[in-house]
Design a protein around this ligand. Structure first.
Ligand code: ATP
Ligand code: MG
Length: 429
């Protein structure tokens, strides 16, 4: 018995109505990024596995349990479907020497893969739009990225809460970490198993725990902000000052740590309660150590990633309404000489497409009646009707489909585009 073929669990088809909204969103985000000087970069979906274990950190959810890794059948090299975009971006920057002379701003969009439990807002193939700025050590670029995102949400008609925190520098984290481990050791018997396992490998991640007893212990644990030195504090003060000057509301959350190891100094998340459990729509921060850690010349860096599916869920159906429908549907049938009507139909459709209209040409024949039904169902604003009489007169019949008050009109073929540029002044061109 043959099994029904289905998409892989947690990996979804995006069908035309949603895919149209998808394109609408990506175009808007790209436009916003370009206004801040970010340029697009595309990196492969598959990378060598060590890139991710080195960049993201061995003791992280992603590297420990979420990666789709496999060995290349030809040479046995371990490869991984990218779980995020920063590591590949950083690799490309090093490989091509992009950050050697100039600071640069890059953005990417595309599919990411994580082996998680699929649920609303959490998939195994999902999509991110991310931006990375390389070569800027100061707090200005961190703040500028947040301004960019605030503008983007406003342009999309969305509203999110901003949480920020300062993770300091590795030495500061080390001192905090030592005290934290000492504190957690005292309470080890009350911690859950995963927290105990992480006690020495990645104790900061214990703050991410969703388990109440562990959370309760975390509530009294030593906090990182108390360990920050002057430079870290000054950097953070720089970020918050620019945000305040720009009128951007934020909450400092000293518990915000982020699931990836590579962050330092600024980290931030944009959060909504409109999505249930999966409330983070965008996360980012500074990762000054990553490029050097991957073998490049030390280069400060700061970036963020937006979860596309979560944003699309919030944008809903409204924004791309009517986008599916063509502008015109060309109906054509010749009793005596179908060839002549067909030729005129092709010419009319091409002429209108030249002018930027979306035109569906009836393909596959059918009676006038059935073609008119299809025209109506297509959602087109106009039917363009071409029969024998029209072919002889070199004109077409334009029938408004959505505007009951308006009469159909005979339009001479050469005047077709001018006719529509008059009627469609509110649309294209
Ligand atoms: P979470 O805590 O929700 O697992 P994360 O810290 O793993 O998030 P990041 O790696 O920072 O997430 O990714 C940035 C954004 O990408 C998230 O804020 C979210 O919007 C989105 N995202 C992450 N994982 C998924 C997923 N499995 N499915 C859909 N979107 C995701
Ligand atoms: Mg995650």
């Amino acid at each position: 018995m043959s099994q029904r073929l289905q998409s892989v669990r947690g990996m979804n088809d995006i069908l035309p109505p949603d895919a149209i909204r998808w394109e609408w969103l990506t175009a808007r985000v790209a436009d916003c990024l370009r206004r801040y000087g970010y340029l697009p970069i595309q990196t492969p979906i598959v990378e060598p596995t060590p890139l991710f274990s080195r960049a993201i950190g061995e003791v992280t959810d992603i590297v420990e349990k979420e990666m789709y890794s496999f060995s290349d059948a030809l040479n046995g090299e371990s490869l991984t479907l990218r779980p995020e975009g920063t590591a590949g971006c950083a690799r490309a920057v090093i490989q091509h020497g992009l950050a050697n002379q100039n600071a640069l701003r890059l953005y990417y969009m595309g599919a990411m893969f994580r082996h998680e439990r699929p649920q609303k807002g959490r998939y195994r193939q999902f999509h991110q739009i991310g931006a990375e700025a390389f070569g800027f050590p100061g707090p200005d670029v961190d703040a500028e990225q947040i301004l960019l995102l605030a503008r983007l949400w406003k342009e999309l008609g969305l509203s999110f809460a901003l949480q920020i925190n300062c993770l300091g520098q590795p030495e500061e984290r080390a001192r905090h970490r030592a005290d934290l481990i000492a504190y957690l050791e005292k309470h080890a018997s009350a911690l859950d198993e995963e927290a105990r396992r992480r006690l020495y490998s990645n104790p900061l991640r214990i703050f991410d725990s969703k388990i109440p007893t562990t959370q309760a212990i975390c509530a009294d644990a030593p906090e990182l902000p108390d360990y920050l030195g002057e430079d870290s504090r000054a950097h953070f003060a720089g970020v918050t000052r620019i945000l305040a000057e720009a009128g951007i509301a934020f909450t400092v959350n000293p518990r915000l740590v982020r699931g990836l190891d590579y962050y330092n100094l600024t980290v931030f998340e944009w959060i909504t309660d409109a999505l249930g459990a999966q409330g983070t729509v965008c996360a980012g921060g500074r990762y000054d150590g990553l490029i050097a850690q991957l073998g490049g010349k030390p280069t400060p860096a700061c970036g963020f990633a937006i979860g596309m599916e979560r944003i699309l869920e919030l944008i809903g159906q409204d924004n791309a309404r009517g986008e599916e429908a063509p502008d015109m549907y060309v109906v054509h049938q010749g009793e005596g000489n179908g060839e002549r009507t067909g030729k005129l139909a092709f010419q009319a459709a091409e002429q209108l497409r030249d002018a930027g209209y979306r035109v569906i040409l009836n393909c596959g024949g059918g009676s006038f009646k059935s073609q008119m039904k299809k025209a109506d169902a297509s959602g087109a604003d106009y039917a363009i009707i071409i029969g024998d009489n029209e072919a002889v007169a070199q004109s077409v019949l334009v029938k408004p489909l959505r505007d009951a008050g308006r009469e159909q009109e005979q339009v001479p073929f050469p005047n077709l585009t001018p006719f529509f540029s008059h009627h469609f002044s509110h649309r294209k061109n």
